[in-house]
Design a protein around this ligand. Structure first.
Ligand code: HEM
Length: 144
């Protein structure tokens, strides 16, 4: 059940994050005014990713991969890329990505110009999106 929620919520996170990055990039390049809609899009992406972080932790401790780690030990997990990806690379790098989103959101609020706000969101959310895309276990996601 929790694995299914994690799998479906991932679509929501990716869609909102892509919208937030594209919106910020367009705002930055066309020097638009940073208005309430832009704030709302960035905030939704922040909230959706934080919800996924919590669901991710629940999925982690309920997953069959975690059971394998408990029986085989961490040393064996690190040697096996099929296990290392969902148990180590995916969670760790996504935590870094969500930290970047959080820092970006908090930094953009302190910026005094609209162009600086869009730039901050573009950079921090953009890097976070790339990190997330790099460590999604695509083989698990689309093999059902
Ligand atoms: C933006 C945040 C995240 C996204 C977009 C994301 C996305 C995904 C996707 C698409 C899958 C494959 C789902 C499937 O099997 O159908 C997955 C699996 C998994 N994720 Fe995440 N994830 C995120 C955060 C996390 C975090 C923070 C953790 C752990 C702390 C985590 C732990 C796992 C685990 C253990 C699996 C394998 C589940 C299993 O097959 O038993 N995820 N994730």
């Amino acid at each position: 059940m929790i694995k299914m929620i994690h799998s479906y919520w991932a679509y929501i996170v990716l869609i909102i994050l892509i919208i937030a990055v594209v919106n910020a990039l367009l705002g930055f390049t066309s020097k638009k005014e940073f208005n309430a809609k832009d704030l709302r899009i960035s905030l939704f992406a922040l909230i959706a990713s934080h919800i996924q972080l919590i669901i991710g932790f629940l999925a982690y401790y309920n997953s069959a991969f975690y059971e394998s780690m408990r029986s085989m030990g961490m040393g064996e997990v690190m040697k096996n890329s099929e296990l290392r990806k969902p148990l180590v690379e995916h969670p760790l790098l996504i935590i870094v990505a969500i930290a970047l989103i959080t820092i970006g959101f908090s930094k953009h609020k302190k910026k005094t110009t609209d162009v600086a706000k869009f730039k901050t969101i573009t950079i921090f959310y953009g890097i976070a999106l790339l990190l997330i895309l790099a460590v999604i276990p695509w083989n698990l996601w689309f093999t059902k």
